[in-house]
Design a protein around this ligand. Structure first.
Ligand SMILES: *Cc1c(COP(=O)(O)O)cnc(C)c1O
Length: 391
């Protein structure tokens, strides 16, 4: 019998992997992955080992989630990251180098803009912000050193739509990589690769995981642009939590039914708000009066549960507390895509003029509560604001 210190290490370890067949992938916890032979280790030493050689390569749950995403989006490959913004940062680093110029749509997620302004600039990459509703006119912004065009459609908070196929046609012609943050539509309601996009990003934090308890991002890439991206991921040894990838796979299984419910309730509430006397505009791409509604209808298969509205009277910013703080069903917090309804509000800045300068935009994440209850909650909140203003 071996000594207790050796038995402590090996007791209960089964090298033979019991063939338990579950529907879902196993969850591994690993830094070290054991090689079958010294020959395999030597291959790994030389970067020639085909299998998983270390924890940073990702385990079964991550591989399954990445494979599922690539398959659903029709991409060549997919990689998962610890957050949406980590996914975005990796894309921007993978395709740019010192002296490059990149074009970013003005309505991108705030931290995406910050990454360009405050990080890429340190490495000599120049960012130019395009009008949010850009299309074929991006041609006029392309320079000899333009490497990448980044779209987000509809964009954060102001929901402008870009003419994606017009932009990707120019990118193709000029040899520029086209990227889209497709978080709002998910792969269900927009397929970027069908529209000629090279790289599609998801903040899986939102609808894919759907329960406001996970941070996760994905990047899916076509065959042409896969190699440089994959190389950058390997250099960073980027990976995602196996537990989170497991939950994201679960999320995919129910995405369609959840999204349909978010879509229906959001449309109902958006239409109701449109007819409310205190509301100035409802910003929702599926409403006929949205400035790029026709583009949305042409390219998208549906709408999700996130949209915004503005009020007619411009109150002092803090006066809005009367409305917001009286809401019972809308949580006040960042992020979206979860089952609980949320509200955010604020005034936004853009590089180009955008029509909502100095205007407070309230953004609603419509969750899975009953839409009549949500309307009633908004109604009582707006009534309180009206009473407050009148008094
Ligand atoms: C939330 C969000 C992100 C970032 O995702 P995190 O997982 O929170 O880092 C990126 N893009 C869009 C459009 C988002 O709404």
């Amino acid at each position: 019998m071996q000594n207790i210190s050796t038995r402590l290490i090996n007791a209960g370890r089964d090298e033979s992997e019991l063939p338990i067949r579950t529907i879902n992938p196993p969850l591994h916890r690993a830094s070290t992955v054991l090689f079958d032979s010294y020959a395999d280790m030597l291959k790994a030493n030389h970067g020639q080992f085909e299998g998983i050689e270390y924890g940073t390569c990702g385990m079964a749950a991550q591989k399954a989630f990445e494979t599922a995403m690539a398959e659903l989006e029709g991409a060549h490959g997919c990689r998962a990251f610890q957050s949406g913004i980590a996914a975005i940062a990796m894309v921007l680093m993978a395709y740019t180098e010192q002296g490059d110029h990149i074009l970013i749509c003005d309505n991108v997620y705030g931290p995406t803009r910050r990454f360009c302004d405050e990080f890429l600039s340190k490495y000599g990459v120049e960012t130019e912000f395009l009008p949010s509703a850009s299309g074929a006119d991006i041609r006029n912004h392309i320079r000899d050193n333009t490497r990448l065009v980044f779209m987000e459609s509809p964009g954060s908070n102001t929901f402008e739509i870009q003419d994606i196929p017009a932009i990707t046609a120019v990118c193709r012609e000029k040899g520029v990589v086209s990227v889209i943050d497709n978080t709002w539509a998910t792969p269900l309601y927009l397929n970027p690769f069908e529209l000629g996009v090279d790289v599609s990003i998801q903040s899986a934090t939102k609808y894919i995981t759907g329960h406001s308890d996970i941070l996760l991002g994905t990047v899916s890439v076509n065959e042409k642009y896969w190699a440089p991206f994959n190389k950058c991921c390997r250099l960073f040894e980027a990976f995602a939590s196996q537990e989170d990838c497991y939950q994201a796979l679960r999320g995919l299984r129910t995405l369609k039914v959840r999204l349909r419910q978010h879509e229906q309730s959001a449309l109902e509430i958006a239409r109701w708000l449109s007819s409310h006397e205190m509301v100035e505009s409802v910003i929702h791409p599926a409403l006929e009066n949205h400035p790029q509604h026709e583009l949305w209808k042409r390219d998208f298969k549906g709408s999700s549960g996130l949209f915004a509205f503005t009020l007619k009277d411009e109150f002092e910013e803090l006066d809005h507390s009367v409305f917001v703080d009286s809401l019972n069903l809308f949580g006040l917090g960042y992020s979206w895509g979860g089952y609980k309804s949320l509200l955010t509000g604020g005034r936004f800045k853009r590089t180009n003029s955008f029509g909502y300068e100095g205007k407070t935009i309230f953004r609603l994440n419509i969750g899975l509560e009953d839409s009549e209850d949500l309307k009633a909650d908004l109604e009582q909140g707006l009534n309180r604001l009206a009473e407050y203003v009148a008094s």
